[in-house]
Design a protein around this ligand. Structure first.
Ligand code: AMP
Length: 419
């Protein structure tokens, strides 16, 4: 199937080839003809599936120019807003569409001026859009197509009251496209109350995207996490690695520690300004900082190809966050690997994660690393190569180079699926 066969006009096909896409992804194949036909859509799809182009391309084709704001895309984070606007920029090279991207945390005046000059499409985070509307800077009364991107995230982040107010500002007759990584009861309620006979398109049932990602646990005690990470990063060489910590404080501290060890590192989290986040992402994308330390708040917005490794320096709080974190690697068909450091304090969330995945994660040791006393997650699973059960901690290793621990314990390299 080609983009042409999906019904896209030549001027959009030019944008598609400029973006370097040759074949549509499954969500694009399914969504584009339906959006062109004017249908409402529920897309159950994670980031990484090509969902952004799946709505941007047909939306551009249906959006008239120079007649006021006709299309509105509402999204939870600034990073996502920027990422979507980037796809619009590329795809609209030949179409003449004008767009504005609006989000909080930066000056409002440039956004007001941009809107005043006239735009056809607005990409927005909910709070700032309402602010702009209350100042009379944007007229939403002629919107024909609404996109709610990452609806589950907007609900999780408590944006729904704002989104509801935005819906109240739009004409009742309009096309609605809703995308969400998960179909939680909250999202279903929104679908029922907002969409009109939607076509449901599901390209990645929750377990699918993680299957391409090699997942491994590295049991390690809390105090050795940094040493283990440094050792791993040095062995990996110059590959693009995304490291997750539990808090922004830990992200800052870890990135300073890595820098001191001679590993160029950038950090991105909710406590950083928009400009700082963008600088960090740019340095990571350009390879100036091959390591990016991040927290969950910003995980969804990290749209960087060729992330070969995701390392959970701290385990996430929920299984859902785990799936989102590791989904940053193995983008657009590539393969990737996810390593999770697991200290004794973090075993509980591992059980949730494994229940969600329906599989058990393999445990590995880093060959030659000198481990201190620590606990491994599941005595039944981990059979020490020496025949002893490993639940009481792996014990102290010998000197760094002398320790000949087994490279792998109790598992295959990948997650093994339970029947
Ligand atoms: P998304 O799910 O929209 O965040 O897209 C994930 C990544 O896939 C982005 O880096 C896109 O540039 C890339 N992508 C989207 N559609 C295609 C396609 N048809 N062919 C190749 N790459 C694509």
């Amino acid at each position: 199937m080609s983009f042409h066969a999906l019904g896209l006009e030549p001027r959009l096909l030019e944008g598609v080839s400029a973006m370097g896409y040759t074949d549509p992804t499954p969500i694009q194949t399914q969504a584009i003809p339906q959006v062109l036909a004017g249908r409402d859509i529920v897309g159950v799809a994670q980031t990484g599936t090509g969902k952004t182009a799946a709505f941007v391309l047909p939306m551009l084709q249906r959006t008239s120019t120079r007649t006021g704001v006709r299309s509105l895309i509402v999204t939870p984070t600034r990073e996502l807003a920027l990422q979507i606007s980037e796809v619009i920029r590329e795809a609209s090279r030949r179409t003449g569409h004008r767009y504005a991207v609006v989000y909080g945390g930066v000056g409002i005046q440039p956004q007001i001026q941009k809107l005043r000059r006239g735009v056809d499409i607005v990409v927005a985070c909910p709070g700032r859009l309402l602010d702009l509307h209350s100042r009379g800077a944007v007229d939403l009364s002629r919107v024909e197509t609404l996109v709610l991107d990452e609806a589950d995230r907007m609900l999780d982040m408590g944006f729904w009251p704002d989104v509801s107010r935005i819906l109240g500002l739009l004409p009742e007759r309009r096309q609605n496209l809703l995308f969400s990584a998960t179909m939680s009861p909250g999202v279903l309620k929104v679908v029922e109350s907002t969409l009109h006979e939607p076509v449901r398109i599901e390209v990645s049932p929750p377990a699918t995207p993680v299957e391409r990602i090699g997942q491994t646990l590295y049991p390690v005690c809390r105090t050795q996490k940094t040493d283990l990470l440094v050792e791993l990063l040095k062995r990996q060489g110059n590959t693009r690695t995304l490291v997750f910590t539990r808090t922004k404080h830990r992200a800052d501290r870890l990135s300073r520690q890595l820098e001191r060890k001679g590993l160029p590192t950038a950090a991105i989290h909710g406590g950083r300004s928009q400009a700082q986040r963008q600088r960090a992402l740019d340095a990571f994308k350009a390879g100036r900082s091959p390591v990016l330390v991040a927290t969950d708040v910003v995980a969804r917005g990290i749209d960087v190809d060729q992330i070969s490794h995701v390392i959970n320096y701290d385990m996430p709080n929920t299984a859902e966050d785990y799936v989102h974190r590791i989904g940053r690697t193995a983008r657009a068909g590539a393969s990737g690997s996810a390593i999770s450091f697991l200290s004794a304090e973090e075993v509980e969330v591992l059980r949730d994660i494994e229940r969600t995945l329906g599989s058990t994660l393999a445990c590995e040791d880093l060959e030659g690393f000198r481990y201190a006393e620590r606990h491994v997650p599941d005595p039944e699973r981990v059979v020490s190569h020496a025949g002893a059960r490993a639940s009481a901690g792996a014990g102290a290793g010998g000197p760094r180079n002398g320790s000949r621990r087994s490279g792998r314990r109790g598992g295959k390299g990948r997650a093994s699926r339970r029947s």
